[in-house]
Structures are given as C-alpha cells and as structure tokens.
Design a protein around this ligand. Sequence first.
Ligand code: S3P
Length: 748
Amino acid sequence: MAEVGVPAVVGELRLARLVVVGLGLIGGSFAKGLRDRGQCGEVIGVDLDAESCRRAVELGVVDRCEEDLAAACAGATLIVLAVPILAMEKLLQQLGKLDLGQAVLTDVGSAKGSILRAAERCLPQYLGQFVPGHPIAGSEQSGVEACDGNLFRHHRVILTPGAATDAAALALVGQAWRTLGANVEQMDIEHHDEVLAATSHLPHLLAFGLVDSLAKRSENLEIFRYAAGGFRDFTRIAGSDPLMWHDIFLANRQAVLRVLDDFRSDLDALRNAVDAQDGLHLLGVFTRARVAREHFSTILAQRAYVGTMHSTDLIYLANPGGSLSGRIRVPGDKSISHRSIMLGSLAEGVTEVEGFLEGEDALATLQAFRDMGVVIEGPQHGRVTIHGVGLHGLKPPPGPLYLGNSGTSMRLLSGLLAGQAFDTTLTGDASLSKRPMNRVAKPLRQMGALIETAADGRPPLLIHGGRRLGGMTYEMPVASAQVKSCLLLAGLYAAGSTTVIEPAPTRDHTERMLRGFGYPVTSEGKSATVESGHKLTATRIEVPADISSAAFFLVAASIAPGSDLVLEHVGINPTRTGVIDILRLMGADLTLENQREVGGEPVADIRVRAAQLKGIDIPEDLVPLAIDEFPVLFIAAACAEGRTVLRGAEELRVKESDRIQVMADGLLALGVKVEPTPDGIIIDGGAYGGGEVNSHGDHRIAMAFSVASLRASAPIRIHDCANVATSFPNFLGLAGQVGIRVDEEARA
Ligand code: S3P
C-alpha cells in the first residue's frame, strides 16, 4: 500500500458548504463530525427518505435538508456521496447534469473500481474534482440515528484517486477526513478492491452464508440455543445491512470471485484432510492461522495504543541501588533456539525442543519455516514440536520472509536458502536493514549462489533458487559464527565438501547440533567441514539458558554490594564463556556448580557474589567469545577500580546498533569517563550518576543500562527499550524478582 501520500492542506479546514447525499450511518457521521467541530459554514443533507431528513436535522447531524439535489449542490465546497453503491450510478448521472462549479466530490463506497467507471461515464467533466474514498469504519447499526461524529477516529480512510484526480481536490478530502481523526492513506484502485475483497467482503459472505446455511435446516435450529462465544464472534458480521452488502458483492464481483475461488480450494483441502484423517495438514493450517491471527491482534492493539498515546517509545525507569539474591533461570539460548528450528525443519521425522527461547528473534526464524511449509507446534512454555520435511522438503513462501531484528536469522537462512529450488526475499526492521550482508553474500556467490542485495550489501536480500552450488574452502576475514554457520548450511546443498576456516574460535553450536542430528561434521583446529549427501535425523533438543542473558545478572550481582545469586542451567559452551573469563580477570567471584552436559552442550549453575572489580586490558582472544556481552561488561568496567581497555572489537560497531558509540554516549550521560576508539573503548571506573540514555533500539544496551542503575546515584531513564523482547522476554519480571528495580514507564 502506498502509505499516506495524501498531501495536507495548509491551515484549518473550512468548508463554506458541505453537502452530504445519503444520511445513513457513514454519510451522517461524516456530516455530524465536521458540523460538531465547527468546520463548515453550512451542512446540507439530501436523502430520499423524508423521515431520515427530519431526524437528521433534529439530531444535529445537518443544519438543514434539501429535497432538490441541484439546489443543495449550488455553491457547494464539498459533496459527499454516501448512497448505496448500486444507487451511485443514478446519482452520478444526476450530478453530471448540474453546474457544480469548483465543488469537490467524494464517495464512501467499499468497492471503488465500479464507482470510478460510473463516474467516467456520467460526469467526465468533473473527474478532476472527484476523489473516490473508503472509510474502513462502520458498525452493525445503520441509519441516521446511529450517527456518531467520532466514528472515524483512529480508523483508516483509503483514498483511491484516479489518473485525472487533481491534487488540490485530493488534499481537501484528505484534510476533511483527518479533521475527523481518521488516518488517511492512498491506494491504487484495483489493489484496493482486491484487498477489500479478501479482508472484508469474503468474511462477510462467509458469515452470512454460514448463519443462513445452519438456520435453514430445521434440525439445526437447536444449535443457536447452544451456540457459544465462538459462533457469536465468527458470525457477528452477519448482522450487517443486507442491502448494502448485496450492493458490494455485485459491485466488486470480479475481485470477490477470485478470492472466493482460492478460498474454496483451501476449504476443499481442509475437507479432504478431515476425510483422510490427515492431522498434519490440519495442524499446519491451524498453527499458521493462529500465529497470523495473533500477529493481526498485535497490529490492532498497537494501532489503538498509538492512536491514544501518540508514541511507541518504551522507556525503562531504572531506580538506583539494591542488591541481588535468589535463584533464577534465564530464558533459552538464542543461538541454539534458532538452530533448533532450522535443523529440526530440515530433518526427517519429528524433533521435540525444550527450553526454546520465546523471544522475537527466534520466533522470526520459526515463522520463516512455517512460511516455507513446515508444520511447527508451539512454542508453549518453551516446548516446540517440529515436523521436519527433510533437506529438500521446504516450499516457496507466499511472500518475503520478515526477520524483524534478527541478524542471525538472516545470515544463517541466506546460506540455507541459496541451496533451495525456489527464490526467497529476506527483509527486516530498520536496524537489520542497516546491517552488512556482504559478509555472507560474497562467499555464497563464490559457491555459485545468485544473491541480490540493496546498496552496500544491505538487506533486503533476494536469493535466487535453482542454483547448483559447489563446495569450497573459505578463510573468513572476520571471526563470525553467523558467517561460518551460513556457509556450513549452504554446504549441505553444495557438491563436494565445504570447509570454513575461522581466524579465531567462534561459537560452534551449528557444528554440535548438526552432529546431534546425525550429520557428520569434521572439526580440525580452526576449520570445520561438511559434505553434502547425508541426511538429518530428527532428535530431542534441550536448550540451555542463554549465557548472553545470564551475563546481565553476572555483572549485576558482581557490582551490587551484598549480592549472592545463582543462575541455573546456563550454557557454558567454551566458545561462549568469554564473559566468565573476563569477569574473573576483573576480580569477580563466580563459581560453576553442578556441571553437566545436555544434548551435546555443557551447562552449569553459576553462583555470583558481589566483589570489588578492577579495570583490566581485555585479552583480544576473548573478544569473539564474549562478543554479545560487551554492553554489560562496559557497565562492569564503569564500576571497577581503575581503567579498562578493549581493543580488536570493531565488530561491535555493526551489531544491532553501533555498540561502542551508543554505550559511550550513554556512559558519558551518566558521568562516566569514557573514550570510544575505532576498535574498542577505554573506560575509567568510578562513581556515576543517573540521567537519560538512549538504547537506539538495541536490546542488550537497554538491559545493560538497567543493570547500571544498581550503582547509580540517581534514576536512569532508558529510551527505546521495546526490543528487549527480541532476546529476553520477561526481563523486567526476572530482574525485579532478584532485586533490580526497573519499571516500564507509561509511554509518553
Ligand atoms: C550469533 C553469532 C554472533 C552473535 C549473535 C549470534 C550466532 O554474531 O553476535 O548474537 O548465533 O551465530 P557474529 O557471527 O556476527 O559475530
């Protein structure tokens, strides 16, 4: 949809004369809304029904009514056509014979193509002044009595100007709707009719049809007595105005037929699945539908929220002081959760996952595989069941795969998708759209992949399928587990063997998990090799708690005097434990208890007690092993005695934000002595205050400054925290449980 694009009129809307033809719910509400807001010199109503006219005046919907259309329209500034769609042609014919001067015309019909065609036939001389429009608002009530001057507040109004519509007319109509509190958008006329056929017209047809079908069978009359909420919800719209809907279906016939035919074939497939007892098909439809519905509810909720509160900035207010105690388990490992979905989907058989991270990033990966036809149940309390389709069983997704904030999803998927038979497009949010993808696109191209990127190798990525990939040996210029994993996944589809050599060890979850699925991987020193031709066999995966999430509490309990905290079941894969090594070098008191191995990954409970930290030169070889933990390690450095120096960490500049700059800005705002360098940072520890910091939508920075409050002398307000949900759902809940006092501030 072309968003908004409707120019605004400068200054206040003033209409000398507004004429509304058709005083039903929509026309009457428009008239009343502008009249109540004092935006019109005069509001005149026209309606064939004399009683409606009388009531409209009585209820203050219009100033007066005119029986004669010509008299009403003489000298009009804006004429709104709000008659039933099938009555529109006749009205347009009448208007075409009148002298309308400079009056702007608009309508409110739900199907636009037929109205524009009628306008072209009936009033060609006024086409420039005609702005077809459609308010997406209404109610089951109709008639002038139901008019409501606020009916359109926070509702969308779609304007569908034709080629001839002039800009001033479009601006005037847009401004009138905005005055009523509507959100005005512009759309191409055919697209409008297709979209509305699917999202509005088809559901109405089904609701009317279902209720009638059940009601007309006498044996079914009983069911209405026993019908519960589900039936009521599904059939609510069958109470809508029959004549209006009769008109809409006849007016938007072609588009409705197209969506109806598609739906019929899907319905047939469902019928066949029930008949054949094909539970997998049913589960596939229901799980996909449920997520789509949840997604839709979130969009609706956000719309209502934004509408009333005018902002989406989520602010954390972190109160100073406190100490930590207790035992907690932080959510599941993000890297392992992503990989469990990917490999589970490509495996043969059913994979059960426990401890899955229900954060937005891992959910983006899950949804991507659902979009590619994999049936995935859950997640529910961290449990996910994946009905694997085998290495060659993915299906083309219906549209671009949206990966939100998740760089891991995009980079790993690009390798896996380069080997598929179909094309895919990968997109993401504003932060992901700025991140470098050439690091995967370039080596994949060397393997024979065809990948297009936006300028400078940024997303979106268009990955062409049907390519024959060839294995290769690749020496990675940066130590990146995402690049390594991407190429190993492409290697599953490449002729021969694929070897990746890393400059320094990075997390090896892909290699471990491939082996867990029975796929051979050879690791020798700094290299890992796969060859194609093997298969993945479904397995059980237990995802340990994420050490990257635990890190916030490792630092928090270290810096808050008197703390004693246990973090349970944390993954301590040696390629991830840089944070433990660095904190120990700084003097932290950490003990690993109950060490064990689950599903190929080592885990332990980690006990942390407060300790006086000291500044250090962070050994460069630990950088890749603690790559995600630096934001919170900088907080540890700010609380340490003396100077901490980090070098060789330029990668931090291309994470979810430029973590060196954004952390330096925040620390400076709190009064910490800090100096960013091109590849690291220098921090002098000491006392610091409170203040305003901005996380720039980076989850780990938002959480790091929450931890900083434990040693701040005044509250810290942290802006742009919504993305904490990408990796750590319920961060505030768990933080509060152990003694970090951070609240969500009401959105300003
Ligand atoms: C990840 C690898 C790292 C890390 C990211 C997760 C992974 O990225 O920062 O959060 O799951 O493979 P790089 O490979 O870019 O260092």
